[in-house]
Design a protein around this ligand. Structure first.
Ligand code: SF4
Length: 848
C-alpha cells in the first residue's frame, strides 16, 4: 500500500498521506472524521503496528474492536485544568530532581495552549468600568496561581499561556489558533496534515464546526499526551445526522443546537462520534455550525463534526487568516478526500434526519440542557420547583415569583458567532428606542468569547444599545457559564429570603444543572443572546415570551417580542458593515499584551519553589512515584451512594467557595479573607481545599442516609456523621477500603479531572455505577480507580445499601482486560448477600 505522495498544494510542495490512493473507491463510504483518523493512523503508526493491519478491515466497513493510537497535533487547556496538570508536572520535576534527574528535561513535547478564562467573575456589571474592576479582582484573587502559570510558561518548552482578557479558549481556538490544515517539518520534509487536537474541556469539539477533529479529554489523559503518549481508542462508531432544508427566518443557531441536543439524547451516544452531513449543512454558516458542535457533550457525544467546505474557507478568510493559507486548506482537502460533498452518503453506524425548516425559537431547562421547552411551556416547567408558600409581589415594581435573577450573554457556545451578538444588539437597539429597560432586579451581563466582539459591536453602534440595557461587556471569559456569576442583586436575595420567590437564570450557555450557574439558582434556561435580553426586559419567566407582552413603553403601550426581534436580512446588513477580518489579529494582540500579566513577577527556575503556606498551590500527594495499585480482591465499605445524573459539578464544584463549610474553615484558618474566598476552580492547585468541597452540592443526596448534610456520610461502626473527607481519613487509618456507588450517567458534564482526583483522595478503589460519562470514566481509570458498570437493570437503590454493609470486589490486576466481567458480592449486615458480575468500564488494553 503506497501511503504517501509528494504533491504540490496551492504552489507548496508537500508530502501527504494519500487517502484516495490507499482507499480507492472505499473512501467515499467513510465518514469524514474517520478519514481524518485514518490519515493520522497511516502517518503516525510504524510499520508492523498491529493497528495498521486493521486498515483494510476498517476500509471494508468492519473495524471490529481494534484499538488505534491517535496522535493529536496540539493540546488546549484552560487555567483551571492546566493548573492541576502543571502542578503535577512541577511535582514530577521535583520528584525527578530528588531522584537525581534533570528537572529541566521534563517538558510538553506538543504545542500546548492555555487560556486564562475560567476564573473571571461578574462582580461588577452594568457600568462602564465593569471590565476593569472585574479584571482587577481577577488578578487580586488569582495572582499566585497566575504567577505559577507564568513560571510554567517561562520554564517549559512548547507551553503558551494566553493571559486573562484574551477570551474564551474555544473562541480563541476558532478565531486564532486553528489552522484546519497545517504543515510540519519532519526530517527535512514538509508535510501537509489535518490540524487535530485534544482539549481538557468537554466543549473542545466546538472546533469541529470548521472541520478540525478534536474532542475533550480529562486532564490526566492530556498530561500523558503532552508527554508524547498517543490517545488510545477503539475506532469509534459514527452517527450521521442528515440535515435538510434551511433555518426559518428569525430562528438562530442556539435554537438549532438545543433541538439537536434534544434529538441526539434520544439515542445512545456514549463512546460514539457524531457527524453532520447532507444538503442542509451548506445552508449553515461556520459560526452556526460551531454553536451546534459546541454542545456535543450535552448531546452525549465526543464530537459534532462538520467537514471542510467553501463555508469553512470563507470563515477562515473572514477571521483574518492569510489567503495563501486558505488556498492550502482548500487544495489539501480536495486532494485528500476531506472536502465535503452535500450529496454524498457515507456509511454511518446510525443515521438521524433533521429538517432545519422545522426548528423553532426555543429554550432548554430548567435543569438539563436536553430538556427543550417552547416559550409557552416555560411557566409550567417550573411548577415542581416553586415554593407553595411564596408570597406574591404586592407592588408592580416588587420582585415577582420566577423572577429573572440573572440574564447573561455568556459562554463560548453563543458568543463566538458574531451573528448572535449582533442579533442581541439589534433587539437592544429597538427596545432602547421604545424606552424599555431591564427590570432593576435582573443581574445583566455580557462576556464575549472574543476580544474582537467589542470592535464589531462598537462599529455597528450596537454596543451602546446593549450597554443602555445593562448588557455592557463585563470581561472576556467564562463568567456566568462556569458559575462565576457573582452575587445576586440585593432585591432578589431579599425576595428569596422573605417571600420564597424562585429565582431563575436565563443564559446563552450550554449547561443549567442546579447550582451550576449560581449556588442559589436551581432553575436556569438556556437561550439565544437576543432572547436573553428579552427576558431581562420582562423580568420574569411567567409568560409566553413569544406572544404575551413582555414590557410596556413609558407611555403605557404593551410591547411584544415580534416588535423587537431582528430578521435575518437585518442581521446580515448589520454584520456586513461591522465585522471586519482585519479586526481579529489586532484585537488578540492587544489582549495578549496585558500589562497586568507582564507585571506579574514569576520565577524562572527549573524547579518550582513550593510554598508550604500557600492556599493555592500545594505539592500533591498523587504525583508520588510509589503509589500503590487500587486493584485486587477486597471487601469495601460504601462511602457514598448516589442516584442518577450526578455531574462532575456535583462531585467537585467549580463555583464560589461557600462562606460556611469545611473548605471555607480550612482557608480562613490559614488567613484568607472570609469575604473573598474565590472559586473552587481557582483552588484546584490545593488538594486540601478541594477535598473539603467534594459532593457538597445541595442536590446530591447520600442514599446511605438521605437526611444527613450533603458531602457527608455516617462512619461505621461509630455511627458518627462526618464530612466525607474526614470519614475517608478514618477508614484509611483503619485499613478499610471504600467505594462509591452511583446511578446512570455518573460524571456527566465538565471534563473536570478533579472529580476523579477527589475520589482518589477519598481513597476509593472502585466506583460502581449504572453507567458512566466518557471523560469521567477515563479520568477515574487514569487515577487508578476502577469504574465498574452494574448489571443492566440494577440501580443503586435496588441494593438498599447501608454503611454497615460490605461490597466484595474481585478485581485482581491479572484478570483485568477491556470490558471483562468482575465478580461482586454485596454482603448485607443482616447476613444475606447477592452476587453479580459487574463490567469493568476499561476500554483499551493500555487502560487495563
Ligand atoms: S462552556 Fe462555558 S465554562 Fe466551558 S469553556 Fe465555554 S464558556 Fe467556558
Amino acid at each position: 500500500m503506497n501511503r504517501f505522495s509528494d504533491v504540490e498544494l496551492a504552489g507548496l510542495p508537500c508530502r501527504i498521506v494519500d487517502l484516495p490512493a490507499v482507499a480507492g473507491p472505499r473512501l467515499a463510504r467513510l465518514p469524514w472524521l474517520h478519514r481524518v483518523l485514518l490519515e493520522n493512523l497511516l502517518r503516525c503508526a510504524r510499520d508492523g503496528d498491529a493497528a495498521r493491519d486493521e486498515v483494510s478491515r476498517w476500509l471494508d466497513g468492519a473495524p471490529g474492536d481494534a484499538e488505534i493510537p491517535f496522535h493529536p497535533g496540539r493540546v488546549l487547556m484552560h487555567d483551571t485544568t492546566c493548573g492541576p496538570a502543571l502542578v503535577d508536572l512541577a511535582a514530577c520535576r521535583s520528584a525527578f530532581a530528588e531522584a537525581g534527574g534533570d528537572p529541566a528535561s521534563l517538558n510538553p513535547v506538543l504545542r500546548v495552549d492555555v487560556s486564562t478564562d475560567h476564573s473571571l467573575a461578574v462582580d461588577v456589571f452594568g457600568r462602564a468600568d465593569a471590565p476593569a474592576r472585574n479584571m482587577e479582582a481577577e488578578f487580586r484573587r488569582n495572582g499566585e496561581r497566575y504567577r505559577f502559570m507564568k513560571w510554567a510558561a517561562n520554564t517549559m518548552a512548547n507551553l503558551h499561556v494566553h493571559p486573562p482578557g484574551t477570551g474564551i479558549m474555544h473562541t480563541i481556538n476558532l478565531e486564532r489558533l486553528a489552522r484546519v490544515v497545517t504543515t510540519e517539518l519532519r526530517e527535512g520534509v514538509r508535510w501537509a496534515v489535518p490540524d487535530t487536537l485534544i482539549g481538557t474541556d468537554s466543549h473542545t469539539p466546538m472546533i469541529n464546526g470548521i472541520g478540525v477533529l478534536a474532542w475533550g479529554v480529562g486532564g490526566l489523559e492530556a498530561e500523558s499526551v503532552m508527554l508524547g503518549m498517543p490517545v488510545t481508542m477503539r475506532i469509534p462508531e459514527v452517527v450521521g445526522v442528515r440535515l435538510t432544508g434551511r433555518l426559518p427566518d428569525g430562528v438562530l443557531a442556539t435554537d438549532l443546537a438545543l433541538r439537536v441536543t434534544q434529538l441526539l439524547r434520544t439515542i445512545a451516544l456514549s463512546g460514539r462520534f457524531v457527524e453532520f452531513f447532507g444538503p442542509g449543512v451548506s445552508s449553515l454558516s461556520a459560526g452556526e455550525r460551531a454553536v451546534v458542535a459546541n454542545m456535543a457533550p450535552e448531546y452525549g457525544s465526543s464530537s459534532g463534526f462538520f467537514p471542510i467546505d467553501g463555508t469553512t474557507l470563507a470563515y477562515l478568510a473572514a477571521t483574518g487568516r492569510a489567503a495563501d493559507h486558505v488556498a492550502l486548506v482548500e487544495a489539501y482537502a480536495r486532494r485528500t478526500g476531506l472536502w465535503f460533498d452535500p450529496e454524498a452518503e457515507p456509511t454511518y453506524a446510525e443515521t438521524l434526519e433533521l429538517d432545519l425548516g422545522s426548528i423553532e425559537v426555543c429554550l432548554a431547562g430548567p435543569r438539563r440542557p436536553q430538556d427543550l421547552v417552547r416559550a409557552r411551556e416555560v411557566r409550567a416547567s417550573l411548577a415542581p420547583l416553586r415554593r407553595p408558600d411564596c408570597v406574591p409581589a404586592a407592588a408592580p415594581d416588587a420582585v415577582p415569583d420566577a423572577a429573572v435573577a440573572i440574564a447573561a450573554i455568556t459562554s463560548c457556545t453563543n458568543t463566538s458567532d458574531p451573528r448572535l451578538l449582533v442579533a442581541a444588539g439589534l433587539l437592544a437597539r429597538k427596545a432602547r428606542r421604545l424606552g424599555l429597560k431591564a427590570k432593576p432586579w435582573v443581574k445583566t451581563s455580557m462576556a464575549p468569547g472574543s476580544p474582537a466582539a467589542q470592535r464589531y459591536l462598537q462599529r455597528a453602534g450596537l454596543l451602546e444599545d446593549l450597554e443602555a440595557l445593562g448588557f455592557g461587556i463585563v470581561g472576556y471569559g467564562c463568567t456566568t457559564c462556569i458559575g462565576n456569576s457573582g452575587a445576586l442583586t440585593p432585591s432578589v436575595q431579599e425576595a428569596m429570603e422573605t417571600r420564597g420567590v424562585l429565582p431563575v437564570a436565563i443564559l446563552s450557555g450550554n449547561r443549567n444543572f442546579p447550582g451550576r450557574v449560581h449556588p442559589q439558582i436551581e432553575a436556569a434556561f438556556l437561550a439565544s443572546p437576543p432572547l436573553t435580553v428579552a427576558y431581562a426586559l420582562a423580568g420574569d419567566v411567567d409568560r409566553d415570551i413569544l406572544t404575551d407582552p413582555l414590557a410596556t413603553t413609558p407611555d403605557g403601550r404593551p410591547v411584544r417580542l415580534a416588535e423587537l426581534w431582528p430578521g435575518g436580512a437585518e442581521i446580515d446588513a448589520a454584520m456586513a458593515g461591522a465585522v471586519r477580518a482585519q479586526d481579529f489579529a489586532p484585537a488578540y494582540d492587544a489582549a495578549e499584551a496585558s500589562p497586568a500579566w507582564a507585571g506579574l513577577d514569576a520565577p524562572d527556575t527549573a524547579l518550582f519553589p513550593w510554598d508550604a503556606a500557600s492556599t493555592y498551590i500545594r505539592r500533591p500527594p498523587f504525583a508520588a512515584i510509589d503509589a500503590e495499585s487500587r486493584l485486587g480482591r477486597y471487601s469495601a465499605t460504601p462511602l457514598l451512594v448516589v442516584g442518577d445524573d450526578v455531574t462532575t459539578d456535583h462531585i467537585s464544584p467549580a463555583g464560589a467557595v461557600p462562606a460556611t463549610g469545611a473548605a471555607a474553615r480550612y482557608l480562613i484558618e490559614r488567613g484568607e479573607d472570609p469575604a473573598d474566598l474565590n472559586v473552587f476552580s481557582a483552588r484546584r492547585g490545593n488538594w486540601e481545599a478541594m477535598v473539603r468541597g467534594l459532593f457538597t452540592n445541595r442536590s446530591v443526596k447520600n442514599l446511605l442516609q438521605p437526611a444527613i448534610p450533603p458531602g457527608s456520610t455516617c462512619h461505621h461502626p461509630s455511627g458518627e456523621v462526618m464530612p466525607l473527607w474526614r470519614a475517608a481519613e478514618r477508614y484509611r487509618a483503619e485499613g478499610r477500603p471504600v467505594v462509591i456507588v452511583a446511578g446512570d450517567r455518573y460524571g456527566m458534564g465538565s471534563s473536570r479531572d478533579w472529580a476523579a482526583k477527589g475520589a482518589a483522595l477519598l481513597g476509593c478503589r472502585a466506583v460502581l455505577a449504572s453507567s458512566f460519562e466518557r471523560i469521567h470514566r477515563s479520568n477515574l481509570v487514569n487515577m487508578g480507580i476502577l469504574p465498574l458498570c452494574l448489571p443492566p437493570g440494577m440501580a443503586p437503590r435496588d441494593l438498599a445499601l447501608q454503611v454497615s454493609d460490605a461490597i466484595v470486589i474481585d478485581a485482581r490486576a491479572e484478570r483485568l482486560t477491556p470490558r471483562c466481567g468482575i465478580p461482586v458480592i454485596v454482603r448485607w449486615s443482616d447476613g444475606t448477600d447477592v452476587s453479580f458480575t459487574a463490567t469493568a468500564a476499561v476500554e483499551t488494553r493500555l487502560e487495563a
